[in-house]
Design a protein around this ligand. Sequence first.
Ligand code: BES
Ligand code: MN
Ligand code: ZN
Length: 501
Amino acid sequence: MKIAFAKPSLPIEGAIAVAVLEGKVMSVSARKLDDETKGALGRAISTSRFEGKKGQTLMILAPAGLSVSRVLLIGLGKAKDIDALGAQAFGGAAVAQLLTSGETEAVLAVDPVDGSALSTAEFAAQAGFGARMRSYRFDKYMTKQKKEDKPSLKKVVIQADAAADAKAAFVRLDKVADGVFLTRDVVSEPANVIHPESLAAMAETLKDLDVEVEVLGEKQMKKLGMGSLLGVGQGSERESKLVIMRWFGSAEKDSAPVAFVGKGVTFDSGGISIKPSGGMEEMKWDMAGAGAVIGAMKALAGRKAKVNAIGVIGLVENMPSGAAQRPGDVVTSMSGQTIEVINTDAEGRLVLADALWYTQDRFKPKFMIDLATLTGAIVISLGNEYAGLFASDDTLADRLAAAGKAVGEQLWRLPMGEAYDKQIKSDIADMKNTGGREGGSITAAQFLKRFTNDVAWAHLDIAGMAWSKKDAATCPKGATAFGVRLLDRLVADFYEDKAGK
Ligand code: BES
Ligand code: MN
Ligand code: ZN
């Protein structure tokens, strides 16, 4: 779907979406249409329960007096509450209503709103972003889709007086959307298509954006001593991989990079500690952390972010077989620390242990942030509203939480400490890979912390956020790409070269 920006002018045909504020207050464009239809919009509003509340929509078909095929009214809520996310929701709502409506083109009218802190240009750009985000589809395996179920909408034109400024602001957002779409694609793919090798190949496509991409295989990882990661993959027919992506965007080529580390378990059967079969198919998206890291690197490189950034993803398939790791096995990680594997289903932390150690050892980053669908326990704690945030550095934690709030990817910080760390003491090795049911997400974080070598670090447990069972304002159900917008925003707000800084 194409997004364009233009100065306001009434469309001859197709659909037009206009905003209405809470209390049935029509925007300038809505009022204009109301005049031209001799009050049809006002009549439609008073006949319905539409009040202009945030998220409400009302469709008016073939209004007399206009050549357009339909007018879509979209509620914005209260003027003072309109923010970037509200503008995105406006664009998203329009696309949700029109994508398969039969319309091929739609105009979104963006007017100045009295009492809103958001500029019209920014509103328009964010509406374009929301529209594109909501247009995502993963239907490549649907060979029998009915015509009426297929998307018809090809083009969305955002109309605003500040079209030129909006278009300029959209350039950057469009690159973020590219990253989000790549992540949604790889997370949506089934595990017979996305496995360590093919996911590494997807990461290698970032070379087109001047990202340096290296792929290590099992032989190289063995040499590095990555017994923890390799143990997880040893039951699989697929070769485990470690992918390193490097983007040098800072004017200071040697400045310490920021580093993102992703859990990339392309399928998590649980291994010998096998999972129950109900719902096991969901474990194709146990690589969503790695997917988010790839997407974030794509966004940063795509918009030529002035930052040095490293992305490291550990790619394995966790399978039971005669070669698989057993409960009770002891493995030696790259850090030299030994781990007693109590449960082969607590595999994500084993993968990240070596990926984190490798990242700090080789790149000496400013900080490391890992993203992982790590524990079922975080879904019990926070549901599908917040990702769990764990950190050894308060500034990093605060910045992450702020960036998350700004982009609508919310984080909730959980505690860490020595008392929790005790739960992973082993009788025969330096630690064990599970700490019991109590505080399961926290003991997983304590485990990871032991592989950070005291580099500033944050861990995002995204198990409840990577996949959505229902449509949201700017995300159809399915893979959400949680983390891409968050990391992009974190970098943009806090870690890019800035004039005079
Ligand atoms: N990939 C799972 C966690 C998960 C669960 C992600 C549900 C998304 C939705 C992880 O590898 C896992 O199996 N964790 C275990 C750990 C336990 C064995 C200590 C869990 O959470 O049950
Ligand atoms: Mn598991
Ligand atoms: Zn897992």
